[in-house]
Design a protein around this ligand. Sequence first.
Ligand code: ZN
Length: 347
Amino acid sequence: MSDTELITKSQAQPPYFVGVDLGGTNLKVGLVDEQGRPLARISVPTDVPRGPEDAAKRMGKAVLDVIVQAGITREDVAHAGLGSPGTMDVPAGMLLEPPNLRGWENFPIRDRVSQHCGLPVAFANDANAAAYGEFWVGSGRAFRSMVLLTLGTGVGGGIIIGDHSVDGEHSHGSECGHIIIDHHQDARMCPCGQTGHLEAYGSATAVAKRAHELLNTRPESSVKKRVESGDELSTLMLAEEAEAGDELSMELILEAATYLGVGVTSLMHTIDPDGVVLGGAMTFGGHDSPVGRKFLDRVREEVARRTFPVLREKTVVDFASLGGDAGFIGAAGIGRLAYRKKQEIRG
Ligand SMILES: [Zn+2]
């Protein structure tokens, strides 16, 4: 999905906010205005093995660089926000044992980044930050409450209710990828170590794994030929082959959509949000692609089959719209919420 368009300083409405989206591969840093519109963005490698102290320093520098790139000064920036993969302690600003950031255990990342950029920093789970981005300026901008599922290596989840990100009492709220959709003994194993979780059925990793399992039973599939010629089996490949008419690929995509529909229904029955939004790398081209549209239709059909009449009629199920920018826009938005709270307290 393409990035959101940048606006110029003359189009922008101050104050400004900087968002940092910390991922296992890249660090994305962006500066947005009061309405969440980006003026500048930077992406640099996370370089996990160099450790958290080094990364915090580089994040601080990237924050200052993006401010320069936007043509403003640090004094124009009201607050920053940082979205990070867990596990974490959100109120303490600490990383605990993040599986995607090996060697970064028990690190006070929020305060270190703040020291290096000289700005106050708010802290959030990365999926909650992305959810807040979609809620603030993306697909959920008309909603009062929203769930985001990010479909990629795993299934990330974010829940926003009335400008509040649901972090939970122990920073394990909104873990939508780990809701249980199969309680049987032989349910699939989730990367978290438990079985039967949505992530074990609806992530790109899970879909690719399922494709590998079925390949030998489906010799006619064009996926089998591509794998034998040395191509790596990915959901991108499945999307391409489904588009070209391969039946196995389409079946696998629709199977994942069915499982996601089951999970989405449970989330709707728990929260009753205005909408559920699907983002991340595994959206099969979204609305612009016939495969993407079939995928979304299948999710919607499964939801419609399993939910209450009122929710079937009212709850929006759609794709996210901010692409890879959702994380830093949302992190900046969480920074903006923290800034507003401080303003209120000061009266
Ligand atoms: Zn799990």
